[in-house]
Ligand binder design. Structure first.
Ligand SMILES: [Zn+2]
Length: 173
């Protein structure tokens, strides 16, 4: 067992509305969420539990460093998915293989969500045709840019629009 050495309270400055109905969210408590950072240390976060004032659904605030249902930080997963990733990640081979399979499986869903969000906001998605010849990773990068944090830039809008697909088996690692 690795030592749990830190606990952080997460409070987003960003005002997020209800992913189900767009209603206003109010804070009703918090819950602990553990993750492993790229150095292999276990970190405990206290994330806020929010309830929609309109439809009463419960949501948990997702910090940028996390991916829903993944135990490792976004930075580690991002580095593994990037063909030129440089961070040495403290995860075993089967975990790394699973992240790659997960991303390959859902990248079309992610890019589809991002394109529809962009279209809804009035942006253009004209490059769609040329993208078909690109790898999933390239298509995703094409949409969110390759600066560090690109995985979070995919995860956050997809989650906040209630389009996250819950892969329950991710718990079983
Ligand atoms: Zn709602």
């Amino acid at each position: 067992m690795k030592r749990v050495n830190q606990e952080f309270l997460v409070r987003s400055l960003e005002q997020v509305s209800c992913p189900c109905c767009g209603g206003q969210l109010s804070v009703i408590g918090s819950r602990k969420r553990k993750y492993t950072n790229s150095e292999g240390n276990r970190i405990i976060l206290r994330i806020r539990r929010l309830r929609c004032k309109v439809c009463r659904s419960i949501h948990h605030e997702l910090p940028d460093i996390l991916v829903p249902y993944k135990r490792h930080c976004s930075e580690s997963i991002e580095s593994v998915l990037d063909p030129e990733g440089t961070i040495c990640v403290a995860a075993d081979d089967s975990t790394i293989r699973r992240w790659r399979e997960w991303f390959r499986r859902y990248v079309d869903h992610f890019t589809g969500c991002l394109e529809s969000i962009t279209a809804r906001l009035g942006g253009k998605t004209a490059k769609k045709v040329t993208r078909s010849s690109m790898s999933g990773f390239q298509r995703a990068i094409d949409l969110v840019g390759n600066a560090p944090g690109w995985l979070a830039r995919i995860v956050r809008p997809v989650t906040n629009t209630n389009n996250w697909i819950h892969t329950r088996f991710a718990f079983l690692s």
